[in-house]
Each structure stands twice: as C-alpha cells, then as structure tokens.
Write a protein that binds this ligand. Structure first.
Ligand SMILES: Cc1cc2nc3c(=O)[nH]c(=O)nc-3n(C[C@H](O)[C@H](O)[C@H](O)COP(=O)(O)OP(=O)(O)OC[C@H]3O[C@@H](n4cnc5c(N)ncnc54)[C@H](O)[C@@H]3O)c2cc1C
Length: 475
C-alpha cells in the first residue's frame, strides 16, 4: 500500500468509540502492522456497569473512567483523538469529527464503528429533561446531585406536601441498571444517611421501581427474578409492575396500570433506565449502503461483523444486530477483538475470504441487588445471594481497566460494604444544573435572568414546583 506521494504506507484503521468494543479492538491491534486512530467523543474509557455506584456516591468517576490515551500510551501504532463523529463517508473512506469548534477529516482503509447506544424514551424524548438516563459520567454525576439534592431540599422544606414529593424516588425500568440503582438509593436512605439529617428521617423516603413488564429482571426470569424482587422488597423498594409511564413532568409521573387506570406519582427525582437506542451513525451507514437497521437503530451486520458491500467497515457492540446477541460488555469486547484479529492477519497478507464467522462465547450475566446480594446466570446455572455477589465483585474488578482503578475501587468497596461510609458524597450546583445551563446557552430554554436564586433553579429541581402542567403530556 502506498500514500499520495508513492511512499509505502501501512493500512489505516480508524476506530470510533473508546467503550468496550472500541478499546478492546484497539488493544488487540497492538502488534499489528497497521496505523490505528481511535476517535471518541469522551477522553476516557467508561466502565458503564459501575456507573450506578458513581451516581450513589460509592465510587468516583476516575475509578471507572481512566483516560484512554494513558491506557494506550505504550501502544506506538495508536493515536487517540477526541472528537464527536458527525459524518462517515463510505465512498471517500473518511470520517469527519468535531471537537471544540474544530473539524477533522480522517481517512481510513478499515473502519470499526463502536459508538454504542443511548437512552431511548420510546418517542417521548421530552421525558429526558425530568427523568434523565444513566449512560455517561455526566449523567451519573447529575443523578448523584439530584438524589442527594432531593434529601437536602427536604431537610429545609417547611411544607409537608413538598417534602413528601422530594423524598419519593422513582426508577423507571426494572432491568439490571434499574434494579441496581433502586437498591442503592434504598441503601442510601436506610443505611448511609441515617442520622445525618435533623429534620427529616431518610428512612421515610419512598423508592419506587416501575416497569411495564410483569417481572423484575425479565432477562433472568423464574427463580432469579423472584429472588431479586424479594430482596428489593426487604430493602423497602416498592415494586410496581405492569405499569406504563404515560407522562413525566417536573412534579412526577403519570402511570397507566394494566387495568387501564391512570394514576399520578408525585416525585422530584426520577431516573429512566427503560430502553436503548443505538448511535445515529448506524443510520448514516445504512443510507450509504445496502445495510439495514432495526427498530433500535442497530446495524444488521454480516457474520464477520462487516456491513453489506463493505468488507472493510465493521460495526460492533451495542450498535450491531446479529443473532439476537444482547447489549452486553462481553459481546462488545469479543466483537472488537474478533475484528482486530482479522485485520491483523489481513495486514500480514491473509485474504478477506478466509474470515470465519464471529462466534460469541456466552460467559453469563449478573446483576447486584444490594451489598452481599446478587443474581448470576451462566448457561443453565443460576445463583442468587452472597456467592453470586462475590463472583460479581471478582469479575467487575477483573474487567476494570488499569491496576490503579482496581486498587482504588477495592478500597472504596471495603469502606462501603463493610462500613456505612461512602467516599463520594460531594455534590455541586454545576453537576445538577450544568445540562440546563448548556441548554440555556444554546438557547433551548429561558435564561432565568432577574429571578431570585431559588427561581433560577430549573423547574425540574425546584421544591416549590407548581401542579403538573400539560406541557409535556405524552402523545
Ligand atoms: C448503566 C449501565 C449498566 C450496564 N451494566 C452492564 C453489566 O452489568 N454487564 C454487561 O455486560 N453490560 C452492561 N451494560 C452494557 C454495556 O456497558 C454495553 O453493552 C457496552 O458498553 C457496549 O460497548 P460499546 O463499545 O458498544 O459501547 P460503549 O461502551 O457505550 O462505548 C461507546 C463509545 O462511543 C463513543 N461515541 C458515541 N458516539 C460517538 C460519536 N458520534 N463520535 C465519537 N465517539 C462516539 C462514546 O463516547 C464511547 O466511548 C451496562 C450499560 C449501562 C449503560
């Protein structure tokens, strides 16, 4: 291969995304005879499965999100670039990214797209303002501010009616993330914060876990779902199943039960963990090729994870649809390593036709319910309770990137699980208001200019919020 000036050039592999898929692909290319450019919109590699612990004050963001360029510092064939990829041109073989008002066009010979998935509100994106999801470090820190901020507001509130709303926490979606988050909010209220306030008893807090489905943790089913539900109820989490959210506003949620009854739940702090939508980059690929995407925006890939008509363009992880594989870290990691292995062999001269199909090795899945309690499913083996929790602990430590992160996490866990303390209970105004402030700067909402300091708080975090408005009624 030669460049424009006729000089020999190594194949250029561009990887979009520094999550599980992207990073594992890049690391596997360490000794490959290729030049790798990793482009991601964040400068860190995020271990999403532990985000809920950042949101609830157990871990700091640094423990679960090491800087990507430090992770691959010793990998000489790799360059890391921050950038939000806004365009992929399959014909020109370029990727266009933007960062801090600078635009970069990066050419590629092979492209690995691993941009993951975002939260889905099933067509009701306006819910996001009042019920944020938890996909990024920003989300987790904002949630920490909202959860702890609600207790702080309840302490200074003079009004019983407002206090009740402030101390009602609703988690929408009873999958692993929802279960973990509800469990941890309950532990905050019933363990960590007990005795820390003078006018409220945090044990009066209501933690509601809502889902339209009939079971908690439906992917586990049967015995494990029942065990998780029982444990959550013991921890004072109210489980409401068969409940569809029809509206979310600053004061709470409207919920439709199975019998058609619509009721209101008054709650200040709402969290959404009920669905995913793949990165819009999948749509771009579909528009330029014979590639199709499914309803969740995932790209239907070939058995070698390439897209139809483009054996040099791959989609992996949460963005890909193949054989009903779930959106799990293992699927992304194994997909990334598989593609990298092929590219490495092909850089040495192996033909593209010699690729064998991607085979996923299901190592099982697990979710924690509380400290000392988890559920795990490996093939036909199902475990619930303390032993499952120990396995969960060991596996999560093993897959955290970097020796330093593992050690720091182990220390934080020791204080939280064996004592009552949590080391990351700091909240700042910027964490809670940052997103709203950015919206204001970009002209999405009013400026609040001239309001009193309390009125400058966005309505979604104000204690004196008025009765539900029609403004966000779901269609
Ligand atoms: C809260 C939570 C808990 C989870 N718990 C578990 C669990 O316990 N076990 C499990 O197996 N899985 C779990 N998952 C799922 C798992 O994290 C994902 O399946 C996995 O991260 C997918 O990897 P990925 O590389 O496809 O995407 P991601 O890890 O999401 O990485 C996507 C990357 O792409 C970047 N990016 C996105 N758009 C662009 C763009 N336009 N330009 C540039 N870069 C972009 C992002 O910044 C990020 O670096 C959890 C997910 C969440 C959100």
């Amino acid at each position: 291969m030669t460049n424009e000036t006729g000089q020999p050039q190594r194949p250029r592999v561009v990887v979009i995304g520094s999550g599980f898929g992207g990073l594992f692909a890049v690391r596997k290319l360490k000794r490959a005879d290729v030049d790798v450019t990793l482009i991601a919109k964040t400068t860190h590699h995020l271990f999403q499965p532990l985000l809920y612990q950042v949101a609830t004050g157990i871990l700091s963001e640094g423990e679960i999100a090491p800087a990507t360029r430090l992770v691959v510092r010793k990998q000489e064939n790799t360059r890391v670039m921050v950038g939000d990829v806004c365009g992929i041109d399959l014909a020109a073989k370029t990727v266009t990214s933007e960062a801090m008002n600078m635009q970069t066009v990066t050419p590629f010979d092979s492209l690995i797209v691993a941009a993951g998935a975002g939260q889905s509100y099933f067509g009701n994106d306006h819910f996001a303002k009042y019920a944020p999801g938890m996909k990024t470090i920003d989300d987790a820190l904002e949630l920490r501010g909202r959860i702890l901020g609600a207790f702080e507001q309840a302490e200074i509130s003079e009004d019983d009616y407002a206090r009740e709303r402030l101390m009602t926490f609703v988690v929408v979606g009873a999958g692993p993330t929802g279960v973990e988050l509800a469990g941890q909010i309950a532990e905050l209220a019933h363990r960590t914060l007990v005795g820390a306030f003078r006018r409220i008893d945090t044990r009066d807090a209501r933690v509601i876990l809502l889902d339209g489905a009939d079971t908690v943790l439906p992917v586990y089913g049967g015995k494990l779902s029942a065990s998780a539900a029982k444990k959550l109820e013991k921890m004072n989490v109210e489980i409401q199943l068969g409940a569809m959210v029809t509206n979310v506003n600053r004061d709470g949620l409207s919920v439709k039960d199975r019998d058609g009854t619509v009721r209101e739940i008054r709650s200040q702090c709402k969290v959404w963990s009920a669905g995913v939508q793949a990165s819009p980059l999948g749509k771009q690929l579909a528009e330029q090729s014979d590639t199709e995407i499914d309803r969740a925006g995932r790209v239907l890939v070939n058995p070698d994870l390439s897209i139809p008509g483009h054996s040099n363009v791959f989609v992996i992880g949460d963005m890909m649809a193949l054989d009903d594989l779930p959106g799990l870290a293992q699927v992304a990691m194994q997909g990334g390593e598989y593609v990298a292995k092929n590219l490495k062999a092909e850089a040495k001269g192996r033909s593209v036709d010699e690729r064998t199909p991607f085979k996923y090795w299901d190592k099982g899945s697990m979710a924690t319910i509380s400290r000392f309690n988890a559920v795990a499913k490996v093939g036909k083996i199902e475990i619930a309770g303390f032993f499952a929790w120990v396995i969960w602990l060991a596996i999560h430590l093993m897959y955290l990137v970097g020796y330093r992160s593992r050690l720091a996490t182990l220390l934080s866990w020791s204080t939280t699980f064996f004592g009552r303390g949590r080391g990351q209970m700091t909240i700042t105004v910027q964490q809670v208001l940052g997103r709203t402030a950015i919206d204001r700067l970009t002209g999405k909402v009013g400026t609040g200019h001239g309001d009193s300091p309390a009125q400058q708080l966005p309505p979604e975090v104000r204690a004196d919020a008025a009765p539900p408005s029609e403004e966000h009624a779901a269609s």
